[in-house]
Design a protein around this ligand. Structure first.
Ligand code: IMP
Length: 198
């Protein structure tokens, strides 16, 4: 069994990452004694690297980090890399959603996308990336109770009009940015570790 340490501290995100890991790979929890990692890079890729490098070095193991942003066209790509801190530095998901809906209140163009970059990094400096994009739109109000973050205000274009928060885990994984990024992991792990792709 190949063990990779998860660099994310977001329990919802970790749950999604765990259920999408390919067979033969165990996603180990982020060490609890590792302090919070500041995401100071101006790009998703940069922040994924910061998180994965810190954890890989701390554990002397391979680490996997996901950094995700919501890009809203009417807001010129915001909140983007600042999605977690949209309303304030310590904003809750609900405060971020509320601010987004208020900024979008009078906008007719509601197109948006989630973008995820996943970094797989070793303590020796090896670095690999996969990424995924999910096109969609911002709802006029919140719907649904599943998922996390902006799920209750995001309607994926490839779906049936429901928000991610109205979908089952499996329905979200099939359409989501993270699902698309993780679908490329078997091929990447096969290349890096010689794991079978099936
Ligand atoms: P980060 O990648 O953990 O920095 O997340 C950035 C922000 O996007 C946070 O506010 C998350 O709650 C939110 N977010 C990340 N992934 C998702 C998702 O799959 N659905 C909805 N919101 C998400």
């Amino acid at each position: 069994m190949l063990r990779i340490v998860c660099a994310s501290a977001n329990a919802h995100k970790v749950a999604e990452m765990k259920r999408m890991m390919p067979d033969g790979v165990e996603l180990m929890p982020r060490p609890q004694d590792l302090s919070e990692i500041e995401e100071t890079a101006p790009t998703l890729e940069g922040n994924a690297i910061i998180k994965a490098v810190e954890v890989a070095n701390f554990c002397s193991q391979w680490a996997l980090a996901d950094d995700t942003g919501l890009e809203v066209d009417a807001l010129h790509g915001a909140p983007g890399v600042h999605s977690a801190r949209f309303a304030s530095d310590n904003a809750t998901d609900s405060e971020n959603r509320e601010l987004l809906l208020s900024k979008m209140a009078h906008e007719e163009v509601r197109s948006a996308r989630f973008r995820t970059v996943v970094a797989l990094v070793s303590s020796k400096g090896d670095m690999h990336f996969v990424s995924g994009v999910c096109e969609g739109s911002i709802a006029r109000s919140e719907s649904g109770v599943n998922g996390f973050g902006y799920d209750s205000v995001f309607i994926p274009s490839a779906g049936d009009g429901r928000t991610f928060a109205e979908m089952s885990d499996l329905e979200k994984d099939v359409l989501s940015h993270r699902g698309k990024a993780f679908a490329q992991l078997p091929e990447l792990l096969a290349r890096v570790f010689g794991l079978p792709t099936t």
